[in-house]
Design a protein around this ligand. Structure first.
Ligand SMILES: Nc1ncnc2c1ncn2[C@@H]1O[C@H](COP(=O)(O)OP(=O)(O)O)[C@@H](O)[C@H]1O
Ligand SMILES: CC(C)(COP(=O)(O)O)[C@@H](O)C(=O)NCCC(=O)O
Ligand SMILES: [K+]
Length: 256
């Protein structure tokens, strides 16, 4: 069985793939100080709790935080006896091309999303991923990653408002009934929700115009369903897009 680890700037998600389906999805906050042994205590406790017997013989990692990879490598080696495949490292081959400026870094999560989107829906895609940052990944006709957009994440925007202005409280994003807020919280919620809807629609329209071909838009990430209530730009919502991409990349590397 494969253990797929998707490490974002806020959360790290572990999922076990038995070849047919994901047996579980476990989430922990991303902290580079966490040791291999700490991961294992947490991981084995939860597997026990859910009654999952997993015979893990492969590990694949995508991490937007380079520093956490060391301890995850030790975790994989010590507890499952295997060397993990790390997306973005030269030894990890991708089934798609990456066409960006020479010498530039691309977030491994964006490459994994590209692979997953192309596997599920073919080329000419925009993938919108709501994480710490909101990313728009553009997938060409042949499945290549050709760039995209990085925007501040929804919670980051709310946090910035709160931290920069003394009179603005910390709030969570929700869909406000009206655009015109009649109190501070409603005004902030409107700014972030409708502002973000405008950002999603505007960026997707401009990407489509620039790309010049019909494109499908796939949304993923925890906040995607919320924004689906404010825009009809998304053609699909894929909850496990990154996890799917990790299984595809693992298989691709086994084949060669
Ligand atoms: N279903 C959800 N509802 C509300 N907030 C969410 C949901 N899912 C994720 N978030 C929030 O969105 C932010 C980004 O989360 P996550 O998708 O884990 O990002 P990353 O992949 O960058 O670690 C976090 O602040 C998280 O608490
Ligand atoms: C843009 C990101 C910070 C998004 O990360 P996330 O929100 O998933 O934690 C990450 O993909 C990243 O660090 N990218 C490197 C630069 C790039 O992709 O062009
Ligand atoms: K993201």
């Amino acid at each position: 069985m494969l253990l797929a680890i998707d490490c974002g700037n806020t959360n790290t998600v572990f999922s076990i793939w038995d070849g047919q389906r994901f047996l579980c999805t476990l989430r922990t906050s991303t902290e580079h100080q966490r040791t291999a042994d700490q991961y294992f205590v947490w991981f084995s406790t939860l597997l026990n709790h859910f009654g999952i017997k997993a015979d893990i013989d492969g590990v694949i990692i995508s991490s937007t935080v380079p520093r956490v990879v060391f301890n995850l490598r030790v975790f994989s080696d010590r507890y499952f006896g295997c060397r993990p495949l790390v997306v973005g490292k030269p030894e990890c081959r991708l089934p798609v091309d990456v066409r960006v400026d020479a010498g530039t870094q691309v977030g491994p999560d964006r490459l994994v999303n590209t692979v997953a989107g192309y596997d599920l829906y073919g080329g000419d895609l925009i993938i919108v991923d709501f994480g710490t940052a909101t990313t728009f990944d553009v997938v060409d006709t042949d499945g290549a990653y050709i760039g995209g957009v990085i925007a501040p994440g929804v919670n980051l925007s709310l946090q910035a408002l709160h931290e920069a202005a003394a009179a603005l409280p910390h709030i969570d994003v929700t869909k406000p009934e009206r655009v015109i807020g009649t109190n501070t919280v409603d005004c902030m919620q409107s700014g972030v929700f409708w502002g973000y809807v405008g950002l999603i629609n505007g960026i997707c329209e401009r990407i489509k115009a620039e790309h010049g071909r019909t494109m499908k838009v796939i949304a993923t990430g925890g906040l995607a369903p919320l924004f689906q209530q404010g825009t009809d730009m998304f053609d699909m919502f894929e909850d496990k897009l990154t996890m799917h991409g990790l299984t595809v990349i693992f298989e691709h590397n086994k084949e060669g």
